[in-house]
Design a protein around this ligand. Structure first.
Ligand code: F3S
Length: 65
């Protein structure tokens, strides 16, 4: 699976990189971005799903890689 952040929706709430620092980072404005190629599995997928559920802007999505 692959995780995405919609930069148009992200408002920098930071829950993604707080909950899943192995999956998400943040830029100089504090907006979240996906680390590496975004491919997640196992524990990383579970953390990505947790972040997806907790993003107030619904900016995170997970789809087929
Ligand atoms: Fe942005 Fe949502 Fe993360 S608003 S910083 S993608 S928790």
């Amino acid at each position: 699976m692959k995780v995405f952040i919609d930069a148009q929706r992200c408002q920098g709430h930071g829950r993604c990189f707080s909950l899943a620092p192995s999956v998400f980072g943040f830029d100089e404005l504090g907006n979240g971005h996906v680390l590496g190629d975004g491919v997640v599995e196992g524990e990383s997928l579970a953390l990505a799903r947790l972040a997806e559920a907790n993003c107030p802007e619904h900016a995170i999505s997970i789809g087929e890689s």
